[in-house]
Design a protein around this ligand. Structure first.
Ligand code: ADP
Ligand code: MG
Length: 322
């Protein structure tokens, strides 16, 4: 029923940025090569994601808003082994429970696509529509029927910052996808597909180009690749430190410490280095008792991870043998 739906929804969607994350991940899972994100008022009045992915059949489109209706059904234990970002089949159902959704979707072989309009889980419109292959989903007035939640949202700049954070994480993990982001008709990002180094420069600025050092380390246990910033490029502000495990963004203060440890003696006081590091690891070495929506994870053998990360960063800094 609708109350249960709204409570469940609140667990998946805490703020506009969580809806943005889920929608972008769905577009990635659909094999899109071009994804556009459009938001108004920091996502409070509109979040739209337009992709050129596989689209959905009429039946799949209807099903996609049912709770636990996923085309990607897996066990949650498999979170870090599965190749799709989604697997719970909860995001669209949750979003539709607490907003006004308009979905347009079409598969390549179909002549006409499907238009669905859903207000607070209630189907308002269902018709055939002519549209391009792919999916466009508009999420309007998030939490319009949950005033307590809506009133709890932070100011537009704060909510927009959360959206930017999610967008940047996804953009770094998918440099081969063209991603763009408009807010209130202004372009926030337009990121053409290319190499990771180009993506970093396109996101953070031209001056990052000379500041990156390649980081790579392959052991029987894990593979690490990515870029770190040169020590003299470190900043007083945090927020440009990224770890990904099997292409999912993760937070790990422990691994962050391993990186900082490698910079020891090289950083001015209270400065934080830039880094974007991708860890490929057999999922059986990742602690499985981790909540799927949490980005904090634990590795089975943390000490080894620490040592490998530290050594990889030292190597990249050219201080390995010093
Ligand atoms: P999950 O991603 O966990 O499967 P979601 O609620 O996010 O669950 O999506 C439900 C289903 O809707 C997906 O499994 C997928 O089949 C379909 N879907 C959602 N978004 C898209 C999209 N942009 N393109 C194609 N299919 C989509
Ligand atoms: Mg999903």
């Amino acid at each position: 029923d609708s109350i249960a739906n709204q409570i469940a929804a609140g667990e998946v969607v805490q703020r506009p940025a969580s809806a943005v994350k889920e929608l972008l991940e769905n577009s990635i899972d659909a094999g899109s090569t071009n994804i556009k994100l459009i938001v108004k008022e920091a996502g409070k009045s509109l979040i739209q994601v337009i992709d050129n992915g596989a689209g959905m059949s009429e039946n799949d489109a209807r099903m996609s808003f049912e709770r636990h209706a996923t085309s990607k059904l897996r066990k949650s234990e498999d979170l870090f082994s599965i190749r799709t970002m989604g697997f719970r089949g909860e995001a669209l159902a949750s979003i539709a429970a607490i907003s006004q959704v308009e979905l347009k979707t079409k598969q390549d072989e179909e002549e006409l696509g499907t238009l669905l309009q859903i207000d607070g889980s209630e189907l308002k419109k269902h018709e055939a529509v002519s549209c391009k292959t792919g999916t466009s989903i508009c999420v309007k007035n998030l939490f319009y029927n949950v005033p307590a939640r809506r009133n709890f949202l932070k100011s537009n700049p704060v909510e927009l910052k959360h959206i930017i954070d999610e967008f940047v994480r996804i953009a770094l993990a998918n440099p081969d996808i063209h991603l763009s982001f408009m807010q209130n008709d202004l372009e926030v990002y337009n990121l053409p597909p290319g190499k990771l180094s180009h993506r970093i420069v396109n996101i953070f600025g031209k001056n990052y180009k000379e500041q990156l050092a390649t980081c790579e380390e392959n052991t029987s246990h894990i593979n690490i690749r990515g870029y770190i910033g040169k020590p003299e490029f470190a900043k007083k502000t945090r927020g440009e430190q990224f770890f990904f495990a099997n292409n999912r963004f993760i937070k790990s203060s422990y691994l962050n410490h391993a990186v900082l440890n490698a910079y020891e003696g090289l950083l001015p006081e209270n400065h934080h280095p830039f880094y974007v590091l991708f860890i490929e690891i057999d999922p059986k070495h990742i602690d499985i008792n981790v909540h799927p929506t949490k980005t904090e994870i634990k590795f089975e053998d943390e000490r080894t991870m620490y040592a490998i990360i530290r050594s990889a960063v030292k190597q990249a800094l050219g201080t390995h043998n010093i």
